[in-house]
Design a protein around this ligand. Structure first.
Ligand code: GDP
Length: 197
């Protein structure tokens, strides 16, 4: 049996549901109080892709994507979550080391939070600037619109579609980690894309 190892990143603003997404995908659970500390968190998932192929996914929940204040970080209170004061830069550029060797990426936002949607442009640009496949192409990336179970939706399907097409995403999907809607499907779509590169 052929075995593949794929490093996959999950990036996006803080609180959009990245950790919950991986927890759901890997452990099959949604836990409202499930919280990550600052730092890179890794999980592994083994997929029997076909009777000839086995895929090990090395999933990286990227550090530094929570909104935290640098002052608090410096003071060692880095496990606290807080939002930057209005007007300050919210986007945190990631160190190249996080992107190294990645073969696929999920960029996630929260449909009830338009700012997290706008940030996806930066996340995708940062990814394309710092990560590429050995042949120089940009790595396959999918756009996930999370929290579709919530009524107070603020980003339309049409704008997600247009944004995805204009910014080089392989595809986009509306998901709910809470309702377990499209979580496995999204990852299957990404793995399929990586396999076909
Ligand atoms: P991260 O900072 O991007 O890793 O976000 P978390 O995974 O910590 O999630 C932030 C908050 O959103 C938590 O309170 C989660 O319970 C909640 N959350 C995550 N996914 C969903 C979802 O699909 N629907 C709803 N309603 N809440 C969600």
């Amino acid at each position: 049996m052929n075995e593949h190892l794929f490093k996959i990143l999950v990036i996006g603003d803080g609180e959009v549901g990245k950790s919950s997404f991986l927890h759901r995908y890997v452990n099959g659970q949604f836990n409202k109080t499930y919280k990550m500390t600052m730092g890179v968190d890794y999980s592994l998932k083994l997929l029997y892709w076909s009777d000839k192929e086995k895929v090990r996914l090395h999933l990286w929940d990227i550090a530094g994507t929570k909104h935290f204040s640098v002052d608090r970080w410096m003071a060692g209170r880095h496990n606290e979550r807080c939002v930057f004061p209005t007007g300050q830069e919210r986007f945190i550029s990631m160190n190249r080391i996080y992107y190294k060797g990645a073969l696929g990426c999920v960029v996630m936002f929260d449909v009830t939070n338009p700012t997290s949607f706008r940030s996806c442009r930066h996340w995708k640009q940062d990814l394309d600037n710092k990560a590429m496949l050995p042949n120089g192409d940009s790595i396959p990336c999918i756009l996930l619109a999370n929290k579709c179970d919530l009524a107070q939706r603020a980003v339309t399907t049409d704008s997600i579609k247009r944004f995805s097409e204009a910014n080089g995403f392989v595809t986009w999907m509306e998901i709910s980690v809470k309702e377990n809607m499209n979580v496995g499907e999204a990852m299957r779509r990404l793995v399929q894309e990586i396999m076909s590169v």
